[in-house]
Design a protein around this ligand. Sequence first.
Ligand SMILES: Nc1nc2c(ncn2[C@@H]2O[C@H](COP(=O)(O)OP(=O)(O)O)[C@@H](O)[C@H]2O)c(=O)[nH]1
Ligand SMILES: [Mg+2]
Length: 286
Amino acid sequence: MDSTAPSLLILIPAYNEEQRIEPVLRDYGRYFRDHYPGRCEIVVVLNGCVDGTFAVVQKVALELPLISALDFPSAIGKGGALIEGMRLAPQYDLVGYVDADGATAPEDFHELIRRIDGVDCVVASRWIEGAVLNQAQASHRQFASRVFHVIVELLFWMGIKDTQCGAKVMRSEAIALIHENLRISDMAFDINLLYAMKRAEFRIREHPTVWTDKLGSKVVLGKTSLTMLLSVIRVRLIYSPFYPLLRLFRPVETWLYLRLRAPLPRQRMGRPNRTTSTMRKSDVAG
Ligand SMILES: Nc1nc2c(ncn2[C@@H]2O[C@H](COP(=O)(O)OP(=O)(O)O)[C@@H](O)[C@H]2O)c(=O)[nH]1
Ligand SMILES: [Mg+2]
């Protein structure tokens, strides 16, 4: 192992992924064990799974000890899972995250890591020149995604073509600085993260990626889109002079999230409980 290579943490948020995650974990585990020059660990962050995802992760972790898992019983959402996983950031130089479905291959994720020179965050992009879409998303999903992009551009002017691709890599110092500003628990977490980075003047690079859409998405278009809309408006208000007013609307906001069965945004950094079944490296080794 090259001790001068940056240490790397890869977070994989996973919700009811027993059907999709096993080959992806094996591919990532083997690839990064064999090709990444520095210390690398892969942590799957689960919450409230009602299938056998945890057992699948446990099985693969026995073969590949660089893999472990954190499990939270409450419905903290993809964003909540990543917020919790990012608490481990100070132990590494770089932190990345990627979806559990294998839409981004390990080689392509590694490419993002190589592009971190001179910037603080690299985001995989499906919408810039050089990107390859092996199998595009369904047209209604693409349409919703482009409408969402226009709304995000109008609200935040970040100039990022693809905020939603589930593969990103960041320097851990950058995460440490913005972590307390990460509040969005649902799929709009990425906007929260990127805008917090921009506000803190961290440099973000978009890198064209190879993307393969996978069956079995957890996104329920109408419900997820409304939740994400609510969340991006929330992020916008947090960074506006009107933020104190938001307190008046909090009961309505909470009611809306509950109606949408969406994970609530965090007010202050309260920590959800971890289950006793959390698998740590030592459990795997023992
Ligand atoms: N921990 C956790 N992960 C989630 C949750 N919802 C989605 N994910 C994960 O987020 C990633 C992206 O979800 P996916 O359904 O593939 O979204 P899509 O690619 O945008 O259709 C996958 O790894 C999911 O397992 C959640 O509530 N909690
Ligand atoms: Mg997916």
